[in-house]
Design a protein around this ligand. Structure first.
Ligand code: NAD
Ligand code: MG
Length: 401
């Protein structure tokens, strides 16, 4: 989603849509699902299994879950399969380059990027350069290289459509409207499992407690990010790049039921929101069909009574410092978001591995950001250098270098 301008609807990156990906086109659009064995990947395949007339799975990639990938291959018969680690044999591809191969195949119209972390960057850039639509769940790479990714989309004719539920909600509210009419975004946050805990208890939360998310079932890394609220910082930065809005017009509010996926306020004071039970299948389908919609019998129909009372609370920034740190990194710009993301990835890995207490995640991020010499980070080399430095420094601080 490039800078909205008056003549173009605020529909996200939308430069030119890749041939064959037009929702109205008759032939089934080829889809590459990167990270197919993960939470987003498996949800995407559930959606795609219901939409075989419109979409065809032509490529699947995973990191190393052989059995799960084998079952997916048996169900979808993709032309291209890659397992990054140890994948060769039975015609499968392997190695990091295989992600780029999957993302740039001529028979692929849309790349669903469900890889977790920085490993997804190269494939997104390559897909955009090849003029594909990227249905992007892999938010870390937009945070680490937002300028570069958006510039690549603008210059190449590729397109980014968000999968993240909050950004999908915003896109659904602004689609077809003039960008100049948008005043403010309010992203909702579940608050994670600790939203009502006191600060001391949060600092010493266990891995099991952090992984016990109240409303969403997701991969381990994003689940911990939701518990620290680093996820909301990543999403504010993601929204800044996707919708080209300054940080003082993007806010977060805690909404424990995860039914309203975000609000958009317009210049006349009117506010639109998008609602639904927490399930990623809907935003995944919308990222494939935007700006159109397809009937989908698999989605649980909304029931306002069953949704129950919807409540909102301010974010307790003093208990969840990762949000303010990430927003500061976003406002600082340049290589700061890349350092924020990298430090967070390393610290979350240490927490999940039992090598750091929960409270250490934000402390490590803070130290890395304090010590970082911020650069412009306009090109890939600079982004990767900032990422590598922050990873190294975070590991040193955690005593695991
Ligand atoms: P996950 O851990 O469940 O799945 C990650 C997938 O990426 C797996 O298929 C894994 O094999 C693959 N992968 C991991 N490391 C890799 C590497 N180095 N190279 C190639 N492939 C690799 O994660 P998830 O919860 O599905 O999240 C994926 C992305 O989507 C994250 O960026 C997350 O923030 C974002 N997201 C997830 C949800 C959700 O509901 N799960 C919602 C919004 C956004
Ligand atoms: Mg989200």
């Amino acid at each position: 989603m490039t800078a909205p301008d008056a003549g173009r609807p605020a529909t996200g990156a939308a430069v030119a849509r890749p041939a064959g990906s037009r929702p109205g086109a008759s032939a089934a659009v080829g889809i590459a699902v990167l990270g197919s064995t993960g939470s987003i990947g498996t949800s995407a395949l559930k959606v795609l299994a219901r939409q075989r007339d419109r979409f065809r799975v032509v490529a699947l990639t995973a990191f190393g879950q052989r059995e799960r990938l084998e079952a997916q291959v048996a169900a979808f018969h993709p032309a291209f399969v890659a397992m990054v680690q140890g994948g060769s044999g039975n015609g499968w591809h392997s190695g990091h380059r295989s992600l780029v191969e999957a993302a740039t195949r001529p028979d692929v119209g849309i790349v669903l990027n469900g890889i977790v972390g920085a490993a997804g960057l190269e494939a997104t850039l390559a897909a955009l350069q090849a003029g594909k639509r990227v249905a992007l769940a892999n938010k870390e790479t937009l945070v680490m290289a937002g300028e570069l990714v958006m510039r690549t989309a603008r210059e190449s004719g590729g397109e980014i459509v968000p999968v993240d539920s909050e950004h999908s909600a915003v896109l659904q509210c602004v689609a077809g409207r003039r960008p100049a009419d948008v005043a403010r975004l309010i992203l909702t946050a579940s608050g994670g499992p600790f939203h009502a805990w006191d600060a001391e208890r949060v600092r010493h939360a266990t891995v099991e407690e952090a992984l016990n998310h109240p409303t969403w079932r997701m991969g381990r890394k994003i689940t911990v990010d939701s518990a620290t609220l680093a996820n909301k910082a990543l999403e504010v930065i993601e929204a800044h790049f996707l919708f080209d809005l300054p940080y003082d017009r993007i806010e977060a509010v805690v909404h424990p039921q995860s039914v309203i996926h975000s609000f958009v306020e317009f210049v006349d004071g009117s506010v639109l929101a998008q609602l639904g039970f927490p399930n990623m299948e809907l935003p995944i389908l919308y990222a494939l069909t935007h700006p159109e919609r397809l009937p989908d019998g698999g989605v649980t129909r909304f029931d306002p009574v069953a949704a129950g009372p919807l409540t909102f609370e301010p974010v307790r920034t003093e208990v969840f410092p990762a949000l303010a740190l990430g927003m500061l990194a976003g406002r600082t710009g340049g290589s700061a978001p890349a350092a924020f993301n990298a430090a967070n990835e390393v610290a979350v890995g240490a927490f999940l591995g039992g090598r750091a207490p929960f409270g250490r995640i934000a402390e490590v991020i803070e130290r890395v950001l304090e010590e970082q010499i911020v650069t412009e980070a306009a090109g890939l080399d600079e982004v990767l250098a900032a990422d590598a430095w922050a990873r190294r420094r975070a590991a040193e601080l955690l005593g695991c270098s």
